[in-house]
Design a binder for this molecule. Structure first.
Ligand SMILES: NC(=O)C1=CN([C@@H]2O[C@H](COP(=O)(O)OP(=O)(O)OC[C@H]3O[C@@H](n4cnc5c(N)ncnc54)[C@H](O)[C@@H]3O)[C@@H](O)[C@H]2O)C=CC1
Ligand SMILES: O=C(O)/C=C/C=C(\O)C(=O)O
Length: 482
């Protein structure tokens, strides 16, 4: 048992409705001050096997519960999350360094909403039967079995429950492997789900390092679905592990998304949208890290951007007045700084930032904006996943589209324009899973979510989640004899 931010957390695995320890542990460090906050059970093949076994045993009974019963339990979990929003917010902030105010107002309410949304969607799910020469076609959404869910550290509980909720709603059982840098809220959720009446073994958590416990989990022959959010290299390892059993995969990966600002845009809005890309200290997969600005307004845009970004208050994420917290981990900060220093060496100019925040020390990195990077430069092509943006200019709509699409990723794209006809023309040609026009991060869970190109495989959200987590079956029945 550990106490983190005043909240008791049992940071073991959760398997078959019980807390399970491991002979080995690893130390969880808070990015706020790099102090250890908990010793976490370090799982491996044995724990992956035990969790899959528990999930497999729980499947027959859970998969046969009525939709109404599953929806009721998911709503009860949402109630439990809502009762503990402050605890969850405090623990998540201690664990991943994101702002307490975002966790309280946005992230933890979204965790509850993930459960409510998929509970309600389940009750509406289905197709009308249809007729083929007097034969009835009936499509059913059969639960697939044990689902392995592998999730990252940047929005731990929000991104995990975005998968857990539809997987459970569909009648599957789950083994979650949270990121090793942010293991804590998954353990709290296990307790909340059990109190809400979720039967033992339906939801399991294994803690530990990716290759050690995630590897055997994703290679397991009894796993029927793998949903992963994380980086492209890990996605490749998971795809290789899944290949022998042809386990279906859903992959939500990184990005290098553009924000395209046309001269006809509302400039105040465009600058607000651009500065918003520093949210969560830049550790957001959807972030539009490439600012593409029409040449005629570039000077004014840049001046206003620098003025607004200069007002970002960096500091302790537990302070509700703070706008930007630390990077997740020293290794991550060093990775971010590596990109920044190489960009400078390659001739790019940092208009703001360009290094760690020396006044604050620790893991605080200054919001950075680069200009003058040469075509094909690493800083324009690789995902940094930190508070680092680049600015490039364009002269024509055609050029803007080519630059926006000039990446191997395709997660999201944002446009700022005052011309609806231009918005229609440009959005039609953008390669991205989500396109926002004059807005950013407006999310509706019924929309398909995912990435094109190397930003992912498949879509989740609404029906698309159930398509993935179910085995769809069409039953064709001949006319019955009269
Ligand atoms: N498209 C989306 O919805 C989102 C994508 N991301 C992406 O996630 C990345 C940042 O997250 P990270 O945690 O650094 O990613 P990561 O790929 O290093 O780790 C993600 C998860 O995979 C696990 N893992 C690592 N190796 C594994 C293996 N061999 N087998 C099974 N599991 C393994 C890790 O332990 C962790 O739980 C960024 O690239 C970001 O863009 C983050 C949030 C949302
Ligand atoms: O809204 C979603 O489902 C996914 C959001 C992704 C992030 O919040 C992130 O990468 O930070």
């Amino acid at each position: 048992m550990a106490t983190v931010a005043g909240v008791a957390v049992e940071p073991g695995h959760w398997i078959g409705g019980e807390r399970v320890g491991s002979s080995q542990t690893f130390t969880d460090v808070s990015p706020i001050d790099e102090r250890p906050i908990a010793e976490i059970a370090r799982g491996g093949a044995q724990e992956a096997q035990a969790a899959v076994d528990a999930a497999r045993r729980a499947f027959p009974s859970w998969s046969r519960t009525t939709r109404e019963e599953r929806a009721r339990i998911l709503h009860a979990i949402a109630d439990g999350v809502e009762k503990r929003i402050e605890d969850l917010a405090q623990v998540e902030t201690a664990d991943n360094g994101a702002l307490i105010r975002s966790h309280r107002r946005g992230v933890m309410p979204r965790v509850a909403h993930n459960f409510r949304f998929f509970a309600d969607w389940l009750l509406k799910l289905g197709h009308e039967d249809f007729d083929t020469r007097g034969h009835t076609n009936h499509v059913s959404w059969d639960p697939a079995g044990v689902c392995a869910l592998i999730t990252p550290w940047n929005a731990p509980l929000m991104l995990a429950t975005w998968k857990i909720a539809p997987a459970l709603a569909a009648g599957n059982t789950v083994v979650l492997k949270p990121a090793e840098w942010t293991p804590l809220t998954a353990s709290l959720l296990a307790g909340i789900a059990a109190e809400a009446g979720l039967p033992d073994g339906v939801f399991n958590v294994v803690q530990g390092y990716g290759a050690e416990v995630g590897g055997p989990l994703t290679a397991h022959p009894d796993v029927r679905r793998i949903s992963f959010t994380g980086s492209v290299p890990t996605a490749r390892a998971i795809a290789a592990a899944a290949a022998p059993h042809l386990t279906p995969l859903s992959l939500e990966l990184g990005g290098k998304s553009p924000l395209v600002v046309f001269a006809d845009a509302d400039l105040d809005l465009a600058v607000d949208l651009a500065v918003e890309q520093y949210d969560n200290a830049g550790q957001v997969c959807l972030a539009a890290t490439r600012l593409l600005v029409e040449s005629s307004i570039a000077d004014e845009f840049t001046e206003r951007f620098i003025e607004k970004a200069g007002r970002i208050k960096q500091g302790d994420p537990r302070d509700a007045a703070t706008d930007m917290g630390p990077q997740i981990h020293r290794r991550h900060l060093e990775r971010v700084d590596g990109f920044v220093q190489r960009a400078k060496d390659a001739g790019a100019r940092a208009l703001i930032g360009g290094g760690p925040n020396d006044e604050l020390g620790g893991l605080y990195y200054r919001p950075t904006l680069f200009t003058g990077a040469s075509e094909g430069a690493e800083i324009l092509t690789e995902e940094v996943f930190g508070p680092v943006l680049t600015l490039q200019t364009f002269d024509t709509e055609e050029q803007a589209i080519a630059m926006a699409n000039g990446t191997r990723f395709g997660l999201a794209a944002t446009l700022a324009t005052g011309d609806p006809e231009r918005a229609r023309r440009v959005t039609e040609r953008l390669v991205a899973g989500t396109v926002w026009v004059n807005c950013f991060f407006v999310r509706d869970l019924q929309a398909p979510f995912g990435g094109s190109r190397q930003s992912g495989m498949g879509r989740e959200g609404g029906d698309w989640s159930f398509d993935f987590y179910c085995d769809l079956k069409n039953t064709v029945t001949a006319p019955w004899a009269k």
